[in-house]
Write a protein that binds this ligand. Structure first.
Ligand SMILES: C[S@@+](CC[C@H](N)C(=O)[O-])C[C@H]1O[C@@H](n2cnc3c(N)ncnc32)[C@H](O)[C@@H]1O
Length: 180
């Protein structure tokens, strides 16, 4: 099993406690140092170019890491490293997540984060490119784009659900996919 964008290893720890052999992958060296201190196996690498063999994993989790990556490349990598029949548990921020920060974020910094993520998401929808620099650091995924990647990269959407909502829009989106 692999945890893509594992951060400090919250999910990795839970997987290990349930007897699951899992490794984490992330670009944040400080977060990975926390994982190593807890004896969790990790690799420092970008999700867009995972230094991992094709069809090596029988399971994957990716908890809110995709919004910070090149989503198209990461989906390609996910399709590449999963064995046929393997399942992936993916969690994305919904549009309500960013709207909530923009409207009701705690403090100016978080409100600005929400606003620029909304702007970047709309810019991406219109042009297919992110805004430059930190303006484009976070992107909200749309269902239509995700379904396009899944089709392209040999992934089938098995289950889709949303968590709580803000102004009627999902804050989190949960997808269970299977490598076909
Ligand atoms: C919101 S945190 C989630 C961390 C963890 N999955 C969790 O749920 O606690 C997003 C994580 O994605 C990682 N990340 C961002 N861009 C990445 C990339 N290009 N490749 C791999 N990881 C990335 C960040 O370093 C961060 O640890």
């Amino acid at each position: 099993m692999i945890d893509v964008g594992c951060g400090s290893g919250k999910e990795l720890k839970q997987l290990a406690e349930h007897g699951c052999v899992a490794i984490g992958l992330d670009v944040d060296a400080t977060a990975l140092a926390d994982c190593r201190r807890a004896n969790l196996p990790v690799v420092l690498a970008p999700a867009e170019h995972m230094p991992l063999r094709a069809q090596a994993f029988d399971g994957l989790i990716c908890n809110v890491a995709i919004p910070y990556t090149d989503e198209s490349q990461v989906m390609q990598e996910i399709g590449r490293i999963l064995k046929r029949g393997a399942r992936g548990y993916l969690c994305y921020h919904g549009f309500g997540y960013f709207l909530r920060y923009a409207v009701a974020g705690p403090g100016f910094r978080m409100r600005f984060y929400g606003v620029r993520s909304v702007l970047n998401t709309w810019f991406y929808r219109l042009t297919g490119s992110r805004l430059s620099g930190f303006w484009g650091d976070t992107l909200c995924q749309t269902r239509a784009r995700l379904l396009k990647y899944y089709r392209r990269d040999g992934l089938k959407l098995v289950e889709s659900r949303t968590g709580k909502k803000f102004l009627g829009l999902p804050v989190f989106i949960y997808h269970l996919v299977e490598r076909v």
